[in-house]
Design a protein around this ligand. Structure first.
Ligand SMILES: [Mg+2]
Length: 405
């Protein structure tokens, strides 16, 4: 039995080395992977792995170790030493029949004491600094995985998270009470490799349950949908996500229309007054190919100030007015709940932003949310958006110009 340290001696700074397991045969992607390995599957003319490497670079990683096997020369010849991509790339090339356990072991001498580990399966634009801070806050842990909350039951759950730790890890996905799925994007202490027997076995299948049992595996939970190159049926949605069609998220009251006094609500179409420049801002966004999504708190519904039908009529009036300029808002999300209902949608909670993310298949980390209230900024930050607070007297048109140009 290997004894693990009891203290998590995370360095003060986030690791700068990322390790990518990219050696598998990708059998679920046949016939595509008969000629190219999975990391080289193209989206808009660029290999999946290149999107990963660009993301890692943007997140501040300076070195990538690629653990390759199957058709490795396709990868090494494309990426070389990484200089073309502005990052240092090294390779550990092992037998194509190797599982992930021996692949990691073979690279041991190249690995830093703590590194970022991922598979070349999923892409999810998490903020790795926030993930690192979460890991550092979980005392006595030696690894942390990123967990997609799976609140929309997009896939089958394979684990359970309690108090920031993985409490159950079930790769067979058969136990009850599972909630969430491991998507990689992990931080790992090198000594975790000591838990791996010297056999040709799958790393997470052997090692993760041991870490979980000893309460040494933290979980960083995200509600941002992940995009996969793992199977043929997932490719179209990943293609759409990586197309990166522009989108903007806007608050309503105080951004598009004159806001009422505190505790008062726009209750009918007649009371809705556009702010100057807001229709022009939407028209400009549309002319630049943006999708426009509105995210608004409407607690007036819970408080009895207006009904859902009246709110629908207000939003219909907005769309009718915009129709005169030949544009439309793509979707309006509203939270009807009151202040103390503890829902996940009322800003500053980020629920509506994540809902929009899933519906419109976009990258929150590349998207602006513009609002006039501190709660908009908080919701945007919780969702991993770029945010812009519209100050008193500032017009949406000038802010939109600043954001898109
Ligand atoms: Mg507002």
């Amino acid at each position: 039995m290997v004894h693990l340290r009891n203290t998590n001696k995370n360095p003060a700074k986030k690791p700068t080395q990322a390790v990518i397991l990219a050696g598998g045969r990708g059998q679920r992607l046949h016939p595509i992977t008969e000629k190219i390995p999975k990391p080289m599957v193209l989206f808009h003319g660029k290999p999946f792995l290149e999107y990963m490497i660009e993301y890692l670079k943007k997140e501040g990683f300076t070195e990538v170790i690629l653990l390759v096997g199957y058709l490795h020369e396709k990868i090494t010849s494309y990426f070389g030493d990484g200089s073309k991509f502005g990052i240092n790339i090294k390779y550990s090339i092992t037998d194509i029949n190797n599982e992930t356990g021996p692949r990691l072991e073979a690279a041991r001498s190249m690995l830093d004491p703590v590194f970022f580990l991922t598979y070349c399966d999923n892409y999810c634009p998490i903020n790795t600094q926030k993930a690192w801070e979460h890991f550092c806050s979980q005392e006595n842990t030696l690894a942390q995985i990123t967990v997609y909350s799976n609140i929309d039951k997009f896939t089958r759950d394979n684990l359970r998270v309690e108090n920031g730790l993985v409490s159950t890890y079930d790769k067979s996905r058969s136990q009850d009470n599972l909630s969430g799925v491991d998507i990689g994007f992990s931080f790992m202490h090198l000594e975790v490799l000591d838990l791996m027997p010297n056999e040709n076995l799958n790393f997470e299948k052997i090692v993760y349950p041991k870490l979980v049992q000893e309460k040494k595996m933290a979980a960083y939970v995200t509600h941002h949908r992940y995009y996969s190159v793992g199977s043929l049926e997932r490719l179209p949605v990943t293609e759409l996500f990586l197309k990166r069609d522009p989108i903007i998220l806007l608050d309503r009251d105080g951004v598009l229309n004159k806001r009422m006094a505190k505790g008062e609500y726009v209750t009918s179409p007649d009371e809705f007054q556009w702010l100057s420049g807001s229709i022009e801002a939407i028209t400009l966004l549309k002319s630049k190919g943006y999708r426009v999504v509105v995210i608004t708190n409407q607690a007036g519904i819970a408080r009895g100030a207006l009904t859902k039908e009246e709110l629908d009529a207000i939003h219909q009036k907005m769309q009718n007015d915009l129709q005169s300029s030949g544009v439309q808002i793509d979707k309006i999300y509203y939270c009807p709940h009151g202040w103390n209902e503890d829902c996940f949608c009322r800003k500053p909670k980020p629920g509506m932003l994540f809902q929009a993310q899933r519906d419109f298949c976009f990258d929150l980390s590349r998207t602006y949310f513009i609002g006039d209230d501190e709660r908009d900024v908080e919701a945007g930050e919780a969702a991993g958006c770029k945010t812009r607070l519209l100050k008193e007297g500032e017009s949406l048109l000038s802010v939109v110009k600043e954001v898109i140009f």
